[in-house]
Design a protein around this ligand. Structure first.
Ligand code: C2E
Ligand code: MG
Ligand code: MG
Length: 657
């Protein structure tokens, strides 16, 4: 805001200066023009006066000369010369009269009249003198009068020229002073503010450029270098290390409990943790090392001249120890905890991109081991990476070849043994590796953006099969399909779903969507909640899969949003002799029952587990103890047989609740 105001102010000032500049130019031009015109007039008057004085002097000489020659020339030998002199006199006389007439001076006009008359009298007397050889000279009165007039003229115009010269000098001086004054005024009022405005603007521009350059290379919150800076400078750091024959270590650091800190203590606490972590990183590194915040709670440290593995081990241990020290925030103690993955140049990779990928993999390895520590990139991780890269290529091919099958696993009601549903589970029939389990390829497909496509293939196949069973009158309860976050986030997901149901002829009431808790917790800006509500309004059921493993708050366990809770397998396994699991399943079952939400337990593998679930009062069950996931034909057969025999659960009556 302040910067905008100051820019606006500088803009106004520049505009004012521009106007003042043109005004000054106009005034100076006007002054110069006026002074030029005035001085021109004065100078031409001065020139005329000087010419009159010169002509009058010349006439005076001629009058004397003519008089003298006429007096001496008795033989008439000088006659022709005297005639020429009289002619010259006459020409000068006329010019003098003209010049006098041009002057507007009243006194001069009177002199002009006298001159005209006396001059003519002299000329006549001289001409008369030419014929009279016996008489000496010209009429003395005539020449005396005319000489007197010339004296007057010379005296008058000489003094006038002198006075004029003084005036012109004064004008010159005044104009000079006025011009200097004007120039000083222009300098003070225009050029000085102009130059300070320009220097202020230049200063602001330099400042703006500096802060833009800073923002482009730094993270706004922590002041560490940012991802762009790292990517710009990493290769040259690698080249430097190569030239010097040194090792370079990349530490990819991630805070273990950052999400919880944000969720439980708020974003201000989260920011505090990030800033403090950044500061600790800075303190534990050398000036030649590079500390970077990639974004979120992800950091990178590039250790220059990192030494051998033992040295890197020591430095990484020291950095993590420092970061992992408890922090205090508004009276509370926060244990953010951090893990790090390390990749070393040139041992693990020799490009910036590979080093970062390898450090990232090592980081996940460190996290898998429980966090709070660091792990180096290893051959095992390299093999995993290659495997994953191959998987990515294979997945793209599998999509083209449509190599995904759907297996179906029945779900039954514990109360009467009837089929409550059937879950569709994707299977990838890999040409070399055989059946690849979903958990082995879904995370990769999610990461490379292929899961939405695979998910839609599976949903269409599952709906097509269930629609067949529906038409054949095979009872399968509801078809449950698993939907990942990326699938439901697709803007046209509901349209796709309704189109598939309509195309194959399966009523929406025969479909159920299994989503994990994190999906409904997802940012509502993308409209997932309203999309799911719309789907549910059409009769499709919605259930929370793997319930108990995510972070869903009880506000999401709401009969207006959810139809069924699916208790995760880890709580069901060994439920018969694990008291804690029994309590958890019991609590979830009671919660669901109280809210009027259906409940199903997944992963019941043994008869004992089944019995325990019945005893607790769990409504439905799915697991190997009932049936394994089966290819569609086999699943169809199972459903038909089951419908005929009805009961598959033998219950221990004594343990029934
Ligand atoms: P889920 O939705 O929780 O599916 C249940 C998983 O438990 C299935 O594994 C199933 O084969 C397995 N299971 C069922 N009963 C038992 C049992 O008694 N004991 C044991 N140990 N396991 C049992 P599966 O097929 O490997 O699927 C794994 C996960 O992959 C699924 O977990 C689901 O989250 C995901 N998934 C599977 N198919 C799809 C799909 O088409 N789309 C999406 N988005 N995810 C899918
Ligand atoms: Mg499921
Ligand atoms: Mg599950």
């Amino acid at each position: 805001m302040t910067r905008i105001d100051s820019r606006k102010g500088a803009g106004n000032l520049l505009l004012r200066i521009k106007y003042a500049y043109w005004l000054a130019v106009l005034v100076i031009t006007a002054m110069a023009t006026v002074s030029f015109a005035m001085l021109g007039t004065m100078m031409s008057g001065q020139g005329r006066d000087t010419a009159i004085v010169m002509t009058a002097n010349e006439q005076r000489e001629l009058v004397r000369d003519i008089g003298a020659r006429l007096a001496l020339d008795r033989s008439g030998a000088d006659h022709a010369r005297i005639v020429r002199m009289i002619e010259a006199y006459s020409v000068n006389h006329d010019r003098l009269l003209r010049d006098l007439a041009a002057g507007s001076d009243a006194g001069v006009a009177v002199i002009g009249k006298t001159l005209e008359r006396a001059g003519s009298a002299f000329a006549r007397s001289a001409e008369a003198g030419l014929g009279r050889t016996s008489q000496a000279g010209v009429d003395a009165v005539a020449s005396g009068e005319i000489l007197g007039i010339y004296d007057t003229l010379v005296a008058h115009f000489s003094s006038r020229a002198a006075a004029n010269a003084v005036t012109i000098g004064a004008w010159h001086r005044n104009l000079f002073v006025a011009m200097i004054g004007m120039i000083v005024l222009v300098i003070v009022t225009i050029f000085r503010p102009l130059s300070s405005a320009i220097s202020r603007n230049a200063h602001e521009l330099v400042e703006a450029r500096n802060s833009m350059a800073y923002a482009a290379a730094h993270d706004g919150l922590t002041g560490l270098r940012n991802r762009a800076f790292l990517l710009d400078h990493f290769e040259s750091m690698i080249s430097g290390a190569k030239r010097r024959g040194e090792q370079l270590a990349v530490l990819q650091i991630d805070l273990d409990g950052f999400k919880q800190i944000n969720d439980t203590l708020g974003h201000a606490a989260g920011d505090h943790v990030l800033v403090e972590t950044a500061e600790r990183m800075r303190q534990s590194c050398r000036a030649t090392d590079l500390c970077v915040r990639l974004g979120g709670d992800e950091f990178v440290i590039v250790l220059n001249a990192a030494g051998d593995t033992q040295d890197i081990n020591t430095v990484a241990g020291r950095i993590l120890k420092r970061i992992n020290e408890p922090m205090s925030y508004e009276g509370a103690t926060i244990n953010a905890g951090a893990s790090a993955g390390i990749a070393v140049f040139p041992v693990d990779a020799d490009t910036a991109e590979d080093l970062l990928v390898h450090a990232d993999l090592a980081l996940y390895d460190a996290k898998k081991r429980g966090g709070g520590n660091f792990a180096f990139f290893s051959d095992e991780l390299r093999r995993e990476l290659e495997h994953r890269k191959q998987l990515e290529v294979d997945l793209a091919r599998a999509i083209e070849a449509g190599a995904f099958d759907v297996h179906f696993q029945p779900q039954i009601s514990l109360g009467d043994g009837t089929v409550a549903g059937v879950e569709a589970l994707v299977r990838w029939n890999h040409p070399d590796r055989g059946m690849v389990a979903p958990n082995d390829f879904i995370p990769v497909a999610e990461k490379i953006g292929l899961m939405a496509t695979i998910g839609r293939m599976v949903i269409r196949k599952a709906i097509a099969r269930a629609a067949e069973w529906h038409r054949e009158g095979i009872e399968f309860g509801r078809l449950a399909v698993n939907i990942s976050g990326t699938e439901v986030r697709e803007p046209d997901f509901s349209e796709f779903l309704f189109e598939a149901l309509a195309e194959f002829g399966l009523p929406p009431t025969k479909l159920s969507l299994e989503i994990v808790e994190s999906v409904i917790l997802d940012d509502d800006k993308v409209g997932i909640a309203s999309r799911l509500r719309k789907i549910r309004a059409a009769g499709v059921h919605l259930e929370l899969d793997d319930f108990g493993t995510g972070y869903a708050s009880l506000s999401h366990v709401n009969p207006n949003e959810i139809d069924r809770l699916k208790i995760d397998r880890r709580f069901v396994q060994n439920i018969d002799d694990n008291g804690d699991n029994t309590k958890i399943v019991k609590a979830i079952t009671e919660l669901a029952r109280g809210l009027g939400i259906s409940i199903i337990a997944e992963g019941a593998e043994t008869q004992e587990e089944l019995n325990q679930l019945v005893a607790i009062g769990c409504e439905q069950v799915q697991g190997y103890s009932i049936a394994y996931p089966m290819p569609e034909a086999e699943a169809g057969d199972w459903l038909r047989v089951h419908a005929a025999s009805k009961r598959v659960v033998s219950l221990d009556a004594k343990r029934r609740a």
